[in-house]
Write a protein that binds this ligand. Structure first.
Ligand code: ZN
Length: 423
């Protein structure tokens, strides 16, 4: 323990003497995030900086009030910093300011402060999801009613139809690996990844999420797939692109390469989950699917490769994705359920019922989603709002040009751009 403390003190002194303000703040920010992680086990999503910093954080649980003070001091220092001329350095300053402000909000929340859903989203993720009226969902549901006429609830009819598109458990690994290889191949045609990049896939149960990428540093990821519930065929490309290529694995690897290795920006060695970085991470991971498979390429690929690999009828691929594109229009129903639930306007059972009715989630999936709300709260906006914000940003710059979209995508996932910087 003593040696660890001495090392930490020496590192601190060297930093104070030799580096610029931004580098000093970056180091303090990393240590702050690690210290907050001692109060919140979900907070530090990835860390691959100096192991001594983590050990130092683990050796003492610093009281939340002291962490709040440290965050305020960092904000005061950053506010005095003149905006740099270089664009990337300017983005870095903005990034540190927002990330520190977000950490400060999380510290207050851990201390018991309750924010409304939208205030929390703004404070943690630098964005607020639009509120959609029930009529929006009712309209989409009416179209689905026409597609699935009959007795009983729509969610049951939809679920029954969808059962013929489940990937059999014994084929899951092969289908998933095939999808990852396809996503990787497409990504490598447009983006240069570090040669050492690699990942491992694991199958797990008992989680509130369906897939997770745990970035380990050194361009490696551990991707976990939750098999609690049936895995439908669309999840293969979704997970392979979202968790892997060009999603989370690529995002983390490119930040490590361009910002940590090439520039020495230590703040990117830590990834606080409840922070603006997550909207960019989830948004690019979701939008990356359309970048990797533009237009009709996805259905064509699934018909030719994935449906046969999963033992499903390839002639039904187009039918499946026609329905899915309608169901996707219900994505914001999840935000509405979370907003009402976390604002305590409805309870857990009512939130699950809302998801069944407006998001067409069968009961078990709706209940899993409410557990996700409990654990991750307003994080839910990062998926759909994040995707829409990233899509608007990239398409605004690249239009319909598939190659240019890749270029803009590559730049976005290699730079410290924030949600408010996408507008
Ligand atoms: Zn994700």
């Amino acid at each position: 323990m003593k040696i660890v403390t001495i090392v930490a003190v020496l590192l601190g002194t060297a930093a104070a003497l030799g580096q610029g303000t931004m580098d000093r703040v970056a180091e303090e920010y990393v240590k702050l995030v690690l210290a907050v992680g001692q109060h919140d086990t979900d907070y530090v999503d990835a860390y691959y900086g100096p192991p001594e910093w983590r050990k130092a954080a683990e050796s003492a649980k610093v009281p939340l009030a002291d962490l709040g003070k440290r965050a305020a001091d960092l904000t005061a220092t950053l506010d005095k910093e003149p905006p740099p001329g270089d664009e990337l350095a300017r983005l870095r300053l903005q990034y540190l300011k927002r990330q520190v402000a977000s950490a400060s909000a999380r510290i207050r929340m851990l201390g018991g402060e309750r924010l409304s859903f939208d205030d929390e989203a703004k404070a943690l993720y630098d964005a607020v999801a639009p509120s959609l009226p029930e009529s929006h969902f009712v309209e989409v549901l009416a179209q689905l009613e026409k597609r699935f006429p009959g007795e009983g609830s729509l969610v049951d009819r939809y679920d029954t139809w969808r059962r013929s598109f489940v990937i059999p458990k014994e084929k899951l690994d092969q289908v998933f690996k095939t999808a990852i290889a396809a996503c990787r191949e497409r990504t490598l045609q447009h983006l240069t990844l570090p040669a050492e990049e690699s990942f491992t896939v694991e199958y797990v149960t008992g989680k509130s999420w369906s897939g997770y990428n745990w970035y380990q540093g050194g361009y490696r990821s551990l991707i976990q797939v939750n098999t609690d519930l049936p895995v439908y065929i669309d999840r293969a490309i979704d997970l392979a692109c979202h968790e892997g290529y060009p999603g989370h694995h690529v995002y983390n690897a490119l930040l490590e390469k361009h910002l940590v290795k090439d520039r020495g920006w230590k703040e990117f060695t830590v990834y606080p989950l409840f922070s603006p970085q997550s909207l960019i991470a989830e948004g690019t991971a979701n939008y990356g699917i359309a970048v990797a498979f533009p237009g009709g390429e996805r259905v064509a690929y699934e018909r030719k490769v994935l449906f046969p690999a999963a033992g499903l009828d390839p002639a039904r691929a187009a039918e499946y994705y026609e329905v899915q594109s309608l169901v996707e229009k219900l994505a914001y129903a999840g935000n509405e359920a979370a907003r009402r639930y976390l604002n305590k306007e409805i309870d857990a059972a009512q939130a699950a019922a809302w998801l069944e009715k407006y998001a067409l989630m069968p009961r078990a999936r709706a209940e899993q989603r409410v557990r996700f709300f409990d654990q991750y709260r307003s994080y839910v906006i990062n998926y759909n709002l994040g995707k829409d914000m990233v899509a608007k940003y990239i398409e605004g710059k690249a239009g319909k040009d598939a190659k240019k979209r890749w270029q803009e995508f590559g730049q976005l996932v290699s730079s410290p751009r924030l949600p408010s910087g996408l507008r």
